[in-house]
Design a protein around this ligand. Structure first.
Ligand code: GTQ
Length: 350
C-alpha cells in the first residue's frame, strides 16, 4: 500500500468508528461488523463438553442435605452449569440439568410452571413424584415426566435418600419469555387425587380411553419404568446387529401420538454391548447424557474421559464424538431435538 492509500484506509476506519459511536445512542449497530458471528457455517456454540463425576457431585449433594431442607429449598437441587455458560442455569444452550436430593421424610411442595421437566432416577427406590394428583413411585433408571403446567410435588416416605437427574427447558422458555408459575397457595380447592397406576392403566397398556382427545402435545403417561425399557433394549440386542453410531437406541414416546413425550425435550435410551465402539457421529442438538449401567469412554475434540454409573456429561451441538462401552452399558440422554425437528433445523452427520 502506498503512503496515501494507507492514510485513506486509516481515515475510512476512523470515519466508521465515528459513525458507529454516533448511531450507538440511537440503538443501532452495523450488521457488517457481526454478520460472520451471527450466520455461521456450522453451529458456534458457547456450550462446552463437560463431565460431572457422580462421586464428586454426590458429596456436595450430601452437604446440601445438611444445609437446607427440601421444604425450605422448594427443590434441593445442584444445578449442572455448563462451564461455557456459567450463571445461566444451562447445561446446553437450550436445556437445564440438575441433581435433586430428597431425604427420608421430606417433601418438595407442589407447584406448576410452563417449563417442562423430566427426571431420571439415579439413587434410591420408593419415593414418589406426584403429577396432576397421581403418585408415581420411582426407582433407579426410571424416566418420569412432568409436562408443562402440570401440578407436581415430590415426597420420600422411604428410609433412604433419593437422587435424580432433572432436565428442564428453562433456558428455552426464558429465551421465549414464556415463564409462568403457580403454587398451591393460589388454589381455591385441593387438587383432586388419582389412584396410583391410573395413567399407566389408561394410556400405557396399548389401550386408550374411548373418545380420548389429547388436550396437549405432552404424553399423559408420566412414568417409563427402567425394567420395561431395559427388557426392550435387550430383546433388540439379541435379535439384530447394532447400529454403528448408536448401538441399540430407542426414543421415549408419547403413546397417544407416537411423538416425543414432551414437545420441547426429547429423551433417549441406548444400549452398548460390552466393548462396543461407536462410529463417529454428530448432530445439531446439544445433548445431556447420564450413564445408568456400565461405563463409557467418551472421545470428542481430542479429549477423552470415562463416565461411570450416574455420571452426567454434555455433548455440544455438532461436536463429533465416539463412545466405547466398558461392560454392557445403558446411556440415557435428552436434548431439544423435537424443537429442532419441528422447525426443520435438526441435522446429523454419521
Ligand atoms: O422438581 O419441580 O431442578 O421446578 C428445577 C425446577 C426441579 C421440580 C428443578 C423445578 C424442579
Amino acid at each position: 500500500m502506498s503512503k496515501n492509500n494507507a492514510a485513506t484506509a486509516v481515515d475510512a476506519a476512523a470515519a466508521r468508528r465515528d459513525f458507529y459511536s454516533r448511531i450507538d445512542p440511537a440503538n443501532l449497530a452495523p450488521l457488517w461488523e457481526q454478520l460472520h458471528n451471527l450466520v455461521t457455517r456450522t453451529p458456534a456454540s458457547a456450550c462446552q463438553a463437560v463431565h460431572w463425576p457422580y462421586r464428586e457431585v454426590r458429596g456436595y449433594l450430601r452437604e446440601a442435605g445438611d444445609l437446607i431442607t427440601a421444604e425450605e429449598a422448594i427443590r434441593r437441587v445442584l444445578i449442572l452449569e455448563n462451564p461455557g455458560m456459567r450463571g445461566q442455569a444451562a447445561a446446553t444452550t437450550s436445556l437445564y440439568a440438575g441433581l435433586q436430593l430428597i431425604l427420608p421424610g421430606e417433601i418438595a411442595p407442589p407447584h406448576r410452571h410452563t417449563q417442562s421437566a423430566l427426571r431420571l432416577i439415579l439413587e434410591g427406590e420408593g419415593a414418589y413424584t406426584s403429577v396432576e394428583g397421581e403418585k408415581t413411585p420411582m426407582k433407579r433408571g426410571d424416566f418420569v415426566i412432568t409436562p408443562s403446567w402440570t401440578w407436581h410435588e415430590h415426597g420420600n416416605e422411604t428410609d433412604q435418600p433419593m437422587v435424580w437427574l432433572d432436565g428442564l427447558d428453562v433456558p428455552l422458555v426464558a429465551m421465549l419469555d414464556a415463564s409462568f408459575a403457580e403454587n398451591t397457595g393460589e388454589l381455591k380447592a385441593p387438587l383432586p387425587q388419582k389412584n396410583p397406576g391410573d395413567s399407566r392403566a389408561r394410556y400405557g397398556s396399548n389401550l386408550l380411553p374411548v373418545d380420548y382427545v389429547a388436550p396437549t402435545p405432552a404424553s399423559p403417561l408420566f412414568s417409563y419404568p427402567y425394567a420395561d425399557t431395559l427388557a426392550a433394549l435387550r430383546t433388540l440386542a439379541a435379535g439384530e446387529t447394532a447400529d454403528a453410531c448408536h448401538g441399540y437406541k430407542l426414543r421415549y414416546a408419547n403413546p397417544v401420538t407416537g411423538g416425543y413425550p414432551m414437545p420441547t425435550i426429547g429423551a433417549f435410551i441406548q444400549l452398548l454391548p460390552d466393548g462396543f465402539a461407536t462410529a463417529p457421529y454428530r448432530c445439531s442438538a446439544g445433548t445431556v447424557y447420564a450413564v445408568i449401567d456400565g461405563a463409557v469412554k467418551v472421545t470428542l475434540d481430542g479429549k477423552e474421559f470415562v463416565a461411570q454409573p450416574n455420571d452426567v456429561f454434555v455433548i455440544p451441538s455438532w461436536a463429533g464424538h465416539r463412545f466405547e462401552a466398558q461392560g454392557e452399558t445403558t446411556l440415557f440422554s435428552f436434548s431439544d431435538r423435537p424443537v429442532q425437528e419441528m422447525l426443520g433445523l435438526w441435522r446429523e452427520q454419521r
